[in-house]
Design a protein around this ligand. Structure first.
Ligand SMILES: C[S@@+](CC[C@H](N)C(=O)[O-])C[C@H]1O[C@@H](n2cnc3c(N)ncnc32)[C@H](O)[C@@H]1O
Length: 287
């Protein structure tokens, strides 16, 4: 169950972020459930839109998970550290060279937000060694909005935050709960380095594992919704479930002639609500 409260925005810009479509996505969620699970939480745009009363979130990116823990514990302390960091190339290079594991929790969170707001195109990306490797962006903007940071901390107050793989995050889910899964998208062709959120990639094998896990949850009566790319590989993996094609303007699309692409929302229940923007949606049972 959830209540619609004040508007809360993500503190981090995240590759694959759902900010543009989050309010439409939640229309397809069931309205009656105990806990809301989001094991690929990323920037949290869906969580912050839904603002559930009880939630469990997870992500394999520990730096990100630690940032949420720090904000929940003391967002003012995180803000104070952010206020002390200068937006210059020298400072950026200095901050970027510090390993997050060497830092205390609150400073670790502040460094992630700082790098996210000052790096080129504002996107988190790491190399094979797990090091943040994006160049300086030279943007003149605030690192955070104090009111929004407080609101984010408020949403996180009742949230159980779990680092690691999605299967671990979901170990105690029951058939009274609901889970929204937004993994790194399966991509046809190249560009996979664009979505390197962790030092390990989310590969085809992981998509098989996720689909098998969803089938198992389905057998246990747990309701779920999964986002992924509109590709025959994904449609094949989730054969037999409900599919909604959703039009989304992707930020990271190297082909500028084709920025409006459709992606899938797959559910193991017939969605209750249809959006007002009917023309953007097509619900079909695959197969
Ligand atoms: C598409 S993003 C989620 C975007 C998010 N919905 C938003 O609006 O910002 C996918 C997330 O999955 C995380 N991830 C990658 N592999 C994972 C795994 N095996 N288990 C859990 N999370 C994983 C990445 O770190 C990334 O934050």
């Amino acid at each position: 169950m959830h209540m619609i409260r004040a508007r809360v925005s993500p503190v981090l810009k995240w590759a694959g972020g759902k900010q543009g479509i989050a309010s439409r996505l939640v229309e397809y969620f069931p309205s009656d459930f105990d806990r809301y699970f989001e094991p690929f939480v990323g920037g949290g745009s869906v969580l912050f839109t839904l603002q559930p009363l009880q939630a469990v979130i997870g992500d394999a990116n520990e730096w990100l998970i630690d940032a949420y823990k720090a904000i929940r514990e003391d967002h003012v302390r995180v803000a104070e550290i952010l206020d002390s960091l200068e937006n210059t190339k020298e400072e950026y290079i200095r901050i970027r060279s510090i390993r997050p594991a060497e830092l205390p929790l609150f400073r670790r969170a502040a460094h992630l937000i700082y790098l996210n707001k000052t790096c080129f195109r504002g996107l988190f990306r790491v190399n094979r060694q797990g090091r943040f490797n994006v160049p300086y962006g030279q943007y003149d903007r605030r690192y955070y909005d104090p009111d929004n940071l407080r609101a984010v901390a408020e949403v996180l107050r009742n949230v159980n935050i779990r680092p690691g793989d999605f299967e671990l995050c979901l170990h105690d889910i029951t058939n009274r709960d609901f889970v929204y899964l937004d993994p790194p998208y399966y991509k046809l062709g190249g560009y996979s380095d664009f979505s390197r959120y962790t030092k390990d990639q989310f590969r085809a094998n992981d998509h098989f594992r996720l689909a098998a896990f969803c089938r198992e949850l389905d057998l246990r009566g747990v309701r779920w919704a999964v986002s992924n790319s509109n590709t025959s590989f994904i449609r094949g993996l989730f054969e037999g479930y409900y599919v909604t094609a959703i039009r989304n303007r992707r930020e990271i699309n190297l082909n500028s002639r084709n920025r409006d692409i459709s992606e899938l929302l797959i559910t193991n229940y017939a969605p209750e609500k249809r959006t007002e923007q009917e023309e953007l949606f097509k619900i079909e049972k695959s197969r």
